[in-house]
Structures are given as structure tokens and as C-alpha cells.
Design a protein around this ligand. Structure first.
Ligand code: TRP
Length: 337
């Protein structure tokens, strides 16, 4: 069955391998089925909810994220790539949705709860940030998305969007909104470990490999990857578990047999970290080279990127306007016909 797909990213920096495995690859795959209608949103408005004092960062990142999208093979001819802030119907829907959601319900949202802790807002939580799950519901429902490909951490957002769709339809006796299903990343690929072996790959931890990294940067990062701290001499038996080099080989090396051999050799002893890392480096370079090259080709042409976002935003606005009109109609607030 054909799907309507909507997903997006906050533009707060360039995208890394975690984004690539956890979401970008899935999107490119979904794009191969021409019966799917796909909307990819750069969530600049959501990014501002905790970056109000730094719009420059968001502006710059919009461009970087768009480049990352195109570099991995998202095709603006087949996929509508657009900017959240350029669709006024989204905040308008958000305002009506806010009336259907209680403060207590917002306080319970586990994703927001943990973000509030991580971001150290203390008592100064921006109200816009606190309610962003409702704005995210508007993003999804405005396009009548049937499927939303996102990471595990976004499950509560989807749950909330479904609730809002259900409540709106019930209260206003309508079928305007669709309850979307989640599409989770392939098993084990939803959250990948950083090069330091610490938690998940993230910009704030400085442990990421970026789609835009140069060949030298990738190599440097691979060479300092966390392995087995007790594997000191080449002859020593080494540990595979928790060893980031093997985690990445499992994720990126298509030659599973070779990886199994390397693991056995490492555990037996006699396989040095440097040799192993050189091998992983080649595997990663092979993955990232074509992406980086496409990125570089496009990077010089800012006008082209802007034009494409403008076109996508115009298309997206038409769809959102249609849905908003239906919603206002259902609410009985289309006073002037
Ligand atoms: N919250 C998402 C993130 O942190 C971005 C996002 C905004 C989004 N609106 C969305 C994702 C709608 C999926 C659907 O990256």
C-alpha cells in the first residue's frame, strides 16, 4: 500500500553516521518505491525552541542538513524537502491542538523530560520548547502522514500525535486527521556508539564521524577509536565486546565472514589495533567517499539549495493549507466561507 511519509531533523549541525544508519538510509529506501509520497522537513522552527538566542547557528545548519540530504541520495524530484518555518499553517494548527492537550500530559512526555534535564534549563524552560511535541504533532498531521520514520527516542512524540489526531476527530466529529504509524530504524542501527565508546554518537559529546568529514578526519577519528584498553601487546588476546572498531565493522562491512575471522583472530591474540583500524578505515572511506564527493559538488551552489527548499516549501504549504482548511471547517470557524 502506498504511504504518506513525513519526517525531519532539527538543523543544529551537520549530520553524522548515526543519522545515516538510523534514518537517512531508511528514507532513501522508502524513496525507491514511487508510490510513496515523502515529505522531509528541516525543523528550523523546532530548533529555535531551545536556540532562540542563536539563530545564526540554525541558519547555517539548514544549509548543511540540506546538503547532507542530497549527498546521501534524497532526490528533490521525488521527495518534498522543505523548511518548517516557511509553512504558516503549522503554527496555526499547533494553536488549536494546544487546546486539546493538558499541561500534565506535556509534563509526562519522557523525551521532553530527559531533554529538559540534559539541556540544564533549570526553572527557565522556554514555553515554546515545553510544547514542541504539539507542534511536532501538527507537522505530522498537517500532511496526513500514515508513516513516520524516526528513532526510538521519538516514540512519545508519535504517541502524542496519535492522541491529538484521535481527540480532534472525536471532538469535532470529523475524519480530517490520520493516526500515523512509526517506522523504526533497522535493529541495532537506531543508536550507534560514538568513537570514544561512550553512549551514543552526538555532536555535544564530540564523538561523531560526519558525512562531510574529509578523508584525513575520518582516518584520524578511526585511529583514536576506543578498542580494548587491556589489549596492549599485539600478541595479547583482545576483547571484541564493547570494542568500537568491531561495532562499526558489524555495522558497515558487508563482508560478514571477514569480520568473523577478524574477531576470532583478535580474541586469540596476534591482531594489532593499528592493522585492524586501517581495515575499518578503508571500509568507512568506501562508504563515505561518494557521499562526500556529491556533497562537495553541491556545496558551492547555495542558490541552488535555497531554490530547491523554496520549491519544496511551496509544495508543502499547499498540502498543509488544504488540511488546515478542513480542520477549521470541522471546528466551525470558517466564518467567511
Ligand atoms: N524532533 C525531531 C528531532 O529531534 C525533528 C522533528 C520535528 C520531526 N518535527 C518532526 C521528526 C516531525 C518527525 C516528524 O530530530
Amino acid at each position: 500500500m502506498s504511504k504518506i511519509i513525513l519526517t525531519g531533523d532539527r538543523p543544529t549541525g551537520k549530520l553524522h553516521l548515526g543519522h545515516y544508519l538510523g534514518s537517512l538510509k531508511t528514507r532513501v529506501k522508502l524513496q525507491e518505491d514511487s508510490t510513496n509520497e515523502i515529505f522531509i522537513m528541516i525543523a528550523d522552527q523546532q530548533a529555535l525552541t531551545d536556540n532562540a538566542d542563536n539563530p545564526k547557528k540554525i541558519q547555517e545548519s539548514i544549509y548543511e542538513v540540506a546538503l547532507d540530504y542530497l549527498a546521501v541520495g534524497l532526490d528533490p524530484e521525488r521527495t518534498t524537502i522543505f523548511l518548517q518555518s516557511q509553512i504558516p499553517q503549522l503554527p496555526e494548527l499547533t494553536v488549536y491542538f494546544l487546546n486539546l492537550v493538558t499541561m500534565a500530559r506535556l509534563e509526562r512526555n519522557p523525551t521532553v523530560k530527559s531533554e529538559i534535564k540534559d539541556k540544564k534549563f533549570g526553572a527557565s524552560i522556554p514555553a515554546g520548547f515545553f510544547v514542541y511535541p504539539v507542534s511536532q504533532a501538527a507537522d505530522i498531521l498537517a500532511f496526513k502522514a500514515t508513516h513516520v520514520p524516526v528513532g526510538d527516542d521519538q516514540k512519545p512524540m508519535l504517541e502524542q500525535a496519535r492522541e491529538i489526531a484521535r481527540d480532534f476527530n472525536r471532538i469535532y466529529q470529523t475524519e480530517t486527521f490520520v493516526e500515523p504509524d512509526i517506522i523504526l530504524p533497522p535493529k541495532g542501527q537506531g543508536r550507534i556508539v560514538g568513537i570514544d565508546g561512550n553512549g551514543k554518537m552526538s555532536k555535544s559529546l564530540g564523538n561523531g564521524i560526519y558525512l562531510s568529514d574529509s578523508e584525513e578526519e575520518i582516518q584520524r577519528k578511526v585511529m583514536k577509536m576506543y578498542t580494548d584498553p587491556n589489549h596492549i601487546h599485539v600478541e595479547d588476546p583482545g576483547q571484541v565486546e564493547g570494542n568500537v572498531v568491531f561495532t562499526y565493522l558489524d555495522l558497515f562491512d558487508p563482508d560478514k565472514e571477514k569480520v568473523a575471522q577478524l574477531k576470532a583472530h583478535y580474541e586469540r591474540g596476534g591482531l594489532g589495533d593499528v592493522v585492524l583500524k586501517r581495515y575499518l578505515n578503508e571500509i568507512l572511506q568506501d562508504h563515505l567517499r561518494p557521499i562526500r564527493q556529491r556533497r562537495q559538488e553541491l556545496a558551492g551552489n547555495r542558490e541552488h539549495i535555497l531554490a530547491l527548499l523554496k520549491r519544496g516549501s511551496e509544495r508543502a504549504e499547499k498540502v498543509a493549507a488544504q488540511t488546515l482548511a478542513e480542520a477549521k471547517d470541522a471546528m466551525g470557524i470558517q466564518y467567511f466561507g
